[in-house]
Design a protein around this ligand. Structure first.
Ligand code: CA
Length: 439
């Protein structure tokens, strides 16, 4: 058995929740991701996705359906506080996973009590999975960095620091929205190429960015660097993340300090956090392109180099207002993979973030950066897919897109599968673009 793989990953495991046994579902018993939900006006609480249901952890606590020693972890979860549960560390998470796996497995004696704790996902509102503290957006997608760099600097697409430093900027958590929340096309300052002076207007080059979200679960003290060997202990799990971007605003404002209003109007996070334990069967080596230098020693460990990347297949789906009016379903415009797209691992991001002494806290969020694959059709943004707007993509129904129009809806999906493991998914990360408000 590979490290981290145990009975909870057994592909033969079945649940007494019938919908969890569908072969193409995102939430079989081997996944068990955490999400925050509410029913109507009831208070928020934490649940675990199983098939098309949510296991309500407040009801599970009240029903005493899980071992008593898990109570210190279940109390914050019942109150909707994932941050406090994350602060208990990977041991509490792993113990709860084992108990839930046993209790939800076919033949479990807990079935009668837990069956009353299930709520159909179709009936609940899903929020952000935790209170997000500080948010850092990385830029680890090397094919994205190369393609975007080439648009600006054809002869020198990758800047010299790129293979050495996991590049990032600090963003804002106040505009991170849960999946399903529409947002208005943002205004910003833009200078058209032929103009002498800039103007304030709604962005004409609205884009998506296909990213993974990395939810930090552990804290390090101010001044304490987290060594690479322990870095993953600070990580609770992964989500999907869409870092909406206004390219015309970005092009004008980004020098010298980086993105500002082009990124701070909305980002969309998927509701279910897939834990690192659930992802254990899908570890692999990062595919760093040939010719890259070996990272500095503080960013290297044998274990991280061998299995620090996660094989998550990613998809971007676009649905336009006209497609929906014509009865056409969403169209897949790109497919990529986290492990193929990134040139730094999650552990390297954590270690670099803290090497100068920066304190991370439970609930902090990293964006991975845009995860474009090596081929042009695997790009994780319209900026790349349309080659800077010069070659619009074709959609079913005859429409074209260089950038997003009002009414467009983007859905990100992620799934992991390989022979000998149960397929697990991330659910949907979706949001629709509304017209700009009047200024
Ligand atoms: Ca980004």
């Amino acid at each position: 058995m590979s490290p981290g793989i145990d009975a909870t990953h057994d592909p033969a495991l079945r649940s007494w929740v019938d919908s969890a046994n569908q072969p193409d579902g995102d939430f079989p018993i081997q996944n068990l991701p955490f999400g925050r939900f509410r029913l109507g006006e009831q208070p928020w609480r934490m649940g675990v996705a199983i098939g098309d249901q949510v296991l309500d952890l407040r009801l599970a606590l009240e029903a005493r359906a899980l071992p008593e020693e898990l109570e210190p972890g279940l109390l914050p979860l019942a109150a909707g506080d994932l941050n406090a549960f994350m602060a208990l560390g990977p041991g509490a998470r792993s113990a709860l996973r084992k108990a839930l796996s046993g209790a939800l497995a076919a033949g479990s004696q807990a079935q009668a009590r837990l069956a009353a704790c299930l709520v159909p996902q179709a009936r609940v509102e899903l929020g952000l999975p935790c209170v997000i503290g500080d948010y850092t957006d990385f830029y680890v997608g090397i094919h994205h960095a190369t393609a975007v760099g080439r648009l600006f600097r054809p002869d020198n697409p990758l800047l010299p620091n790129y293979p050495w430093v996991p590049i990032a900027y600090h963003g804002r958590s106040s505009t991170i929205l849960p999946s399903g929340h529409a947002f208005s096309r943002p205004w910003g300052q833009v200078r058209p190429p032929e103009a002498e002076v800039p103007e304030l207007r709604p962005t004409a080059r609205l884009d998506f960015e296909l990213e993974m979200g990395i939810v930090i679960g552990g804290a390090n003290a101010l001044g304490e660097a987290v060594p690479i060997e322990r870095a993953e202990q600070q990580v609770f799990g992964l989500t999907l993340f869409n870092d909406w971007s206004a390219r015309d605003v970005q092009a004008w404002e980004y020098q010298p300090l980086g993105p500002f209003l082009s990124k701070n109007f909305a980002s969309t996070l998927s509701p279910w956090v897939v834990t690192l334990e659930a992802l254990a069967p899908f570890r692999r080596a990062l595919s760093r392109p040939a010719g890259q230098p070996r990272p500095l020693p503080y960013l290297h460990s044998e274990a991280d180099a061998a299995g620090g990347a996660f094989d998550v297949q990613l998809e971007v789906w676009l649905s336009t207002e006209r497609m929906r009016a014509q009865g056409l379903g969403a169209h897949c415009i790109s497919r990529s993979n986290f492990a193929d797209a990134a040139c730094w691992t999650v552990a390297q991001m954590v270690t670099h973030h803290t090497v100068g002494g920066c304190a991370l806290r439970p609930g902090d969020l990293f964006g991975s950066g845009t995860l474009s694959g090596p081929r042009p059709e695997q790009a994780g943004s319209l900026l790349e897919l349309s080659q800077g707007g010069k070659r619009p993509i074709e959609l079913p129904g005859g429409e074209q897109r260089s950038f997003l129009q009002d009414g467009d809806e983007i859905t990100l999906r992620g799934l992991c599968h390989r022979p000998g493991a149960a397929r697990i998914g991330f659910g949907a990360c979706t949001a629709r673009v509304l017209p700009a408000v009047t200024r």
